[in-house]
Design a protein around this ligand. Structure first.
Ligand code: PMP
Length: 301
């Protein structure tokens, strides 16, 4: 499907990609004032849609933004947009911004939030990355404290992550680890982090300042169902360097093995057995083969 045939949802209308426009006075654009979600369509089903919608509403509530649609209406809009694009494997970007206001940053001047849903083919890491694993680096930029800009909120204000990404680009790595002010490992720029030590999965707890990823939650559940211990506990770079295995989780990237950090080889320097087993399990689950994710919504017509 060519780019020009894409249908984009804007404020209740499905329009051609070339017609999809928002105001230059939209505070999503001017100030990063808004919230968003990234969601996957696997095998004709929207994966964990309700979990994503619930998180969008929580992020919006936290910034005192009223989503101008009910949860049911937004769910229907997502399904309608996916169907209109005729894709059975896709990435969905849902954005609710504060809407058009004036040049002052006061959200009270924005009367109508903007709702956008984009559905596109997915562009993730090349297959080699999943085979070989990727190199990580810890970066100087810190994840903000919960009382500054709480990373639990998935807002349009991603400059903290972008600065970390720039740091990563300078270091020549495709993803980074961000620490919080206390030096605990938090997450990547768009992914959560897990390590494996002595057969147990360890992932930073939400209170260190992370986005509580839907993929993270799924992987924790799948790992426990497979009989692995999972500990949500503080992680230092020392723990990362000395892990047996490591991987990242995120909607776009899914599960990606990490094989080094700051030049220190993690484990054998190859994707580890637990990472590989869990990745296989995740893919089967996401695609609805075997046990179907109960809250996946079928869009295939
Ligand atoms: N952390 C950050 C900062 C992210 O942007 C994302 C991706 N949205 C994640 C973690 C992973 O979350 P999810 O599994 O819900 O995509």
């Amino acid at each position: 499907m060519g780019a020009d045939t894409h249908k984009i949802y804007i404020n209740g209308q499905l329009v051609d990609r070339s017609e999809a426009r928002v105001s230059v006075f939209d505070h999503g654009f001017l100030y990063g004032d808004g919230v968003f979600e990234g969601i996957r369509v696997y095998n004709g089903r929207v994966f964990k849609l309700d979990a994503h919608l619930a998180r969008l509403f929580r992020s919006a509530k936290a910034i005192l933004l009223t989503v101008p649609l009910s949860l049911e209406a937004l769910r229907a809009a997502v399904v309608e947009t996916v169907r209109a694009n005729g894709l059975t494997e896709a990435y969905i970007r849902m954005v609710v911004s504060r809407g058009a206001g004036d040049l002052g940053l006061d959200p009270l001047r924005c009367s109508q939030p903007t709702v956008i849903i984009i559905v596109q083919e997915i562009s993730i890491y090349p297959p080699e990355v999943y085979e070989r694993g990727l190199d990580l680096a810890s970066v100087v930029v810190r994840r903000p404290a919960a009382d500054a800009l709480n990373p639990a909120m998935k807002t349009l204000n991603y400059l903290n992550n972008i600065l970390a990404k720039i740091d990563g680009n300078q270091r020549g790595v495709p993803e980074v680890l961000m620490l919080n002010r206390e030096g605990w490992v938090t997450e990547g720029t768009a992914d959560n982090f897990f390590l494996v030590k002595d057969g147990v999965l360890v992932t930073p707890p939400t209170y260190v300042g992370i986005l509580n990823g839907i993929t993270r939650q799924v992987v924790i559940e799948l790992a426990r169902n497979l009989g692995y211990g999972v500990s949500e506990s503080n992680v230092t770079l020392f723990d990362v360097y000395n892990a047996d295995e490591a991987f990242l989780t995120g909607t776009a990237a899914e599960m990606v093995p990490a094989i080094s950090c700051d030049g220190r080889t993690i484990g054998t320097g190859r994707p580890g057995p637990i990472t590989r087993r869990l990745t296989k399990r995740f893919r089967t689950y996401a695609r609805g083969e075997g046990v179907v994710a109960l809250d996946s919504i079928t869009v295939r017509t």
